[in-house]
Design a protein around this ligand. Structure first.
Ligand code: SF4
Length: 190
């Protein structure tokens, strides 16, 4: 049977989820329930959409330099996450993963350690509303750490100065995501 991932959403190309144009994959399901989470619709572990690995990459419409995995909690589906990251590497795409776990917690879990082998940058730790990121770094709160597990990127690559994306959903609702010095309606959960 082909591995399928329970996915909340796929953005074929985004410039506010790490360096360059990136395929962004939001996993469905997260038990951490951080106060003020930007994406509470991802918390339920009910089935949102089952997608095979190839089906996720088929969403790419224009060239991207990498994949960003967020959530929900990517490590709630670690086996599928490993396959997704391996497939990204096979396609010469860089890999960034946002997780509510700390890297210390992940290093205690064998399958999570395996996943870390395929990650260029891990952004770790829960979102803490009272420690909201005060700069334009691509993280939700300042307790979260950037772990550069390869030499592909550095912290400067995660300064998202002034970048905002606006998405109009099928139901007509508008979602704004990004990093701006002037306030806009939505925010960045992690
Ligand atoms: S911020 Fe991340 S870890 Fe926290 S509840 Fe939201 S999806 Fe889960």
């Amino acid at each position: 049977m082909k591995t399928q991932l329970n996915i909340h959403a796929v953005i074929p190309s985004s410039r506010v989820n790490g360096p360059g144009a990136r395929l962004v994959v939001f996993f469905q399901g997260c038990a951490r329930l951080c106060g003020g989470c930007f994406n509470p619709e991802t918390h339920s572990f009910g089935i949102k959409e089952f997608l095979p690995i190839d089906g996720i990459f088929e969403r790419i419409q224009t060239p991207v330099e990498g994949i960003t995995v967020s959530g929900g909690e990517p490590f709630a589906q670690t086996e599928g996450l490993i396959l997704l990251l391996k497939a990204a590497r096979e396609r010469s795409l860089s890999t960034i993963v946002y997780t509510g776990y700390t890297i210390e917690e992940l290093n205690k879990i064998e399958a999570a350690r395996e996943a870390l082998k395929y990650i260029d940058v891990l952004v770790d730790g829960p979102f803490i509303e009272t420690e909201k990121e005060p700069t334009l770094l691509a993280r939700g709160s300042s307790n979260q750490g950037f772990h550069f597990l390869t030499n592909r990127y550095s912290k400067e690559d995660f300064i998202m100065d002034g970048k905002v994306e606006v998405t109009i959903k099928k139901d007509g609702s508008i979602v704004e995501t990004g990093f701006s010095r002037v306030p806009f309606r939505a925010g960045f959960g992690r």
